[in-house]
Structures are given as structure tokens and as C-alpha cells.
Design a protein. Structure first.
Length: 288
């Protein structure tokens, strides 16, 4: 596979003086889902103490960032209330802060949840709606000066897999993300604080997802850091004919392809396994 140059970026973390430096090596973002209906773990970490212990294990395994989410975004999922999402995520963020200074991302589409999470010790926002579902979210990001991850999605989690179609897959993803970046800029978010995610599995068929993985370098047209999240996704299971708990090898392959294409962050469930993938793939990058 071809190796693509990886540009370096430096982002200001909310509540921190030291920046988040991207591009020197692949950063590993550990996924901590505090939901009863997660597609990956089926709610194994539904509960503050279980989620905090999972986070502790990820830190010990070498995670660079933790991504904390309290609402499932699996296909056909139903939204939860603000109060319920806060009840799930805030104790976990506070618990993590009792033992680690690792950067924490809040995975939410709700402005109130993002605001409270940042006040509780989170440092960046991961919004799968790209600031579109809650009109106040962009204000939260601008006021906090936090980095924000903008993801491409066709539809909503409840509807996104109802026959997704594209006239031009790559062009539409780029156009969508550029429009959302410009929206963020117009509302006070510095472009230098934006990261982009192609949204593997969000309003895309297995064929769409495979094409994105194979040609991920197309995202460099936006000149922003790339976050790549394909961990255990359904398209991997479709190709390999494997259940969700047996997709780590497939995840490793697509993560390796993404790192070759110069992704900056890989978002994963199994940090010990995928940390090895990142270190090995980076070592091969540095030999060229």
C-alpha cells in the first residue's frame, strides 16, 4: 500500500496549556461507551464504576485520548434525554480525572452535555452530527476554545442505514465537511481547532465504507487532522463473516491502511491490540 505524507498539527485543548500535537505518530483514542445498547460491547460497561475501570485499563495500555459517550449512535438507535446522558458521562469523566490527566473527548451531539463535560474535565468535543443537531453546540465549542471533531453522516443514527446513496461518494463527503467547517468558523470556532472524520458506518453501505478505507487520503484536501473510526464496524463483519466480538483482526487491517494514508488518530475499542498496530504501522512509515 502507498504511504502518504502526514502533516503535523497543534491544537489547543480546553482547560490545558500543553497542546495536542498530531502527526508525529498515530494517536490511539480509546472508546468508552456508557450505554446499555452499544453495538460493540452490548452494555458491558454500562455503569460508572465499570466504565471508569475500563478507562483505567485503556490508560495503562497506552491510550492517548479517551472518548466518552453516553448515547448509542448505532444504526436505528433511539436518542436519550439530556439528563440521562449527563447521568451516564459526568461521573465517568470525574472518575478519570481522579487518576489521570489523559485528554478526554466527549462524544455527544448535545450542547448541554458538552458544556457540562468540559466543565468536569473533558478537553475536546466529538460531535457525530458535525454541529448540526443542536444549534447551541457551536457556541459551546467557540466559548470553550476546544478542539472539535466534525464527522460526515448521511441522515441520523435512526435513519442513516435506510438505503444510503451517493452520486459521488468522495466529493459529497468533502463538500459536507467543508461546509460544516465553514459553519463552525462563521460562529467563532477557529479552523485550526477542527478535526475531520469520514464517518465509517454512518449512512454508508459496506461498499462505501470499503472505498473510503481504500482511498482515505482524499480527506487531505481539507487540510485538517483525520480521525478514523472503523473499530468492529459492520462492514468488517460483512467482509469477513465475523460477529462483532471477532472483528479485531479486520479492524487492525483497516487501521493499518488508514495509518498508511496518514490518519492522525485511530478510534478503537481494544486499546492494547490496536496500540500495537499503531506502533508497528508507524515504524514502517518511518522506514520510508
Amino acid at each position: 500500500m502507498a504511504l502518504h505524507p502526514r502533516k503535523r498539527f497543534s491544537l489547543r485543548l480546553a482547560g490545558r496549556t500543553e497542546p495536542l500535537v498530531l502527526g508525529e505518530r498515530t494517536l490511539v483514542m480509546g472508546i468508552v461507551n456508557i450505554t446499555p445498547d452499544s453495538f460493540s460491547d452490548g452494555g458491558k460497561c454500562f455503569g460508572s464504576e465499570a466504565a471508569i475501570q475500563q478507562a483505567r485499563g485503556m490508560v495503562e495500555a497506552g491510550a492517548d485520548i479517551l472518548d466518552i459517550g453516553g448515547e448509542s449512535t448505532r444504526p436505528f438507535s433511539e436518542p436519550v434525554s439530556v439528563d440521562e446522558e449527563l447521568r451516564r458521562v459526568i461521573p465517568v469523566i470525574e472518575g478519570i480525572r481522579s487518576f489521570s490527566v489523559i485528554p478526554v473527548s466527549i462524544d455527544t451531539t448535545k450542547a448541554m452535555v458538552a458544556r457540562r463535560a468540559l466543565a468536569s474535565g473533558a478537553n475536546l468535543i466529538n460531535d457525530v452530527s458535525a454541529l448540526a443537531f443542536d444549534e447551541a453546540m457551536v457556541e459551546v465549542a467557540a466559548h470553550a476554545g476546544s478542539p472539535v471533531i466534525l464527522m460526515h453522516m448521511q441522515g441520523t443514527p435512526r435513519t442513516m442505514q435506510e438505503n444510503p446513496r451517493y452520486a459521488s461518494l468522495f466529493s459529497e463527503i468533502i463538500a459536507f465537511l467543508e461546509e460544516r467547517i465553514q459553519f463552525a468558523e462563521k460562529n467563532g470556532v477557529d479552523r485550526s481547532q477542527v478535526m475531520v472524520d469520514p464517518g465509517i458506518g454512518f449512512g454508508k453501505t459496506a461498499a462505501h465504507n470499503a472505498r473510503i478505507v481504500a482511498r482515505l487520503e482524499f480527506l487531505h484536501a481539507l487540510d485538517r487532522p483525520i480521525v478514523f473510526g472503523a473499530s468492529r464496524k459492520r462492514f468488517i463483519g460483512s467482509i469477513l463473516e465475523r460477529d462483532v466480538d471477532d472483528r479485531e483482526v479486520g479492524t487492525a487491517v483497516v487501521n493499518t491502511q488508514a495509518i498508511a494514508a496518514a490518519a492522525h488518530i485511530i478510534r478503537v475499542h481494544d486499546v492494547p491490540f490496536q496500540k500495537q498496530v499503531a506502533v508497528m504501522a508507524d515504524a514502517l512509515r518511518h522506514l520510508t
